[in-house]
Design a protein around this ligand. Structure first.
Ligand SMILES: [Zn+2]
Ligand SMILES: [Zn+2]
Length: 207
């Protein structure tokens, strides 16, 4: 295992919080992390802003703790952006080495961060602001709620895909990718995980 940038370790921890099969994950996801109440698989998440991790919570803690300064509720909307425009020039300026990334505005670092999957989990880098501003200018609908929402960029397929999703969904995808990763490039399992994720988004958008 190689050591990545400082953010990598926490990102990996965050990304790997809930692999569904892992026995420890069953124990933690079955309980609210802020009180002793049991919760089902389908539960709410808060973001811990300083620790940069996702906290599984019950409905009561969600409504009572969402306003705490250290927490932020994950976004609620999933939006596929059909007419999104991202030039190769802008994308190259972000210097993301793979074709899939999540871009999010961090209220802690006051910057825009790209996270992208790797065999070790999520790796992150700060984006060049001029390129981000150019992207926002080209796409007036691109308004991200800081920390809570991310723009998913998928340029691994012939038709590029873009969507705004709640941050916990990004980490779910990173976890799926990590568990499917083969070889250096990720292999077919990764392509499948990405395709399934976007199918799920489409299904929810159509529902
Ligand atoms: Zn609770
Ligand atoms: Zn959870």
């Amino acid at each position: 295992m190689t050591l990545g940038p400082p953010g990598l370790k926490t990102m990996v921890a965050w990304a790997g919080t809930r692999p569904p099969e892992a026995p420890t994950a069953v124990a933690t996801s079955a309980r609210c992390e802020l009180c002793p109440i049991g919760i089902g698989d389908d539960h709410r998440h808060l973001l811990h802003l300083d620790e940069r991790r996702i906290v599984c919570v019950c409905e009561t803690c969600w409504s009572m703790r969402s306003g705490d300064p250290e927490f932020r509720p994950c976004g609620a909307r999933s939006l596929i952006l059909e007419d999104f425009v991202m030039s190769d020039h802008v994308w190259n300026a972000f210097q993301v080495p793979v074709g899939l990334a999540f871009l999010l505005r961090s209220s802690v670092s006051k910057s825009v961060i790209a996270m992208y999957p790797s065999p070790a989990g999520a790796t992150e880098s700060e984006l060049e602001m001029a390129a981000w501003d150019a992207l926002c200018e080209a796409n007036p609908t691109l308004e991200l709620e800081p920390d809570a929402e991310a723009l998913i960029v998928n340029r691994t397929t012939r038709d590029h895909q873009y969507a705004i999703v709640p941050t916990d969904q990004c980490y779910k995808l990173v976890g799926m990718i990590k568990s499917q990763w083969e070889g250096i490039t990720g292999g077919q399992g990764v392509d499948r995980a990405i395709a399934e994720f976007f199918d799920g988004l489409r299904a929810r958008a159509a529902a």
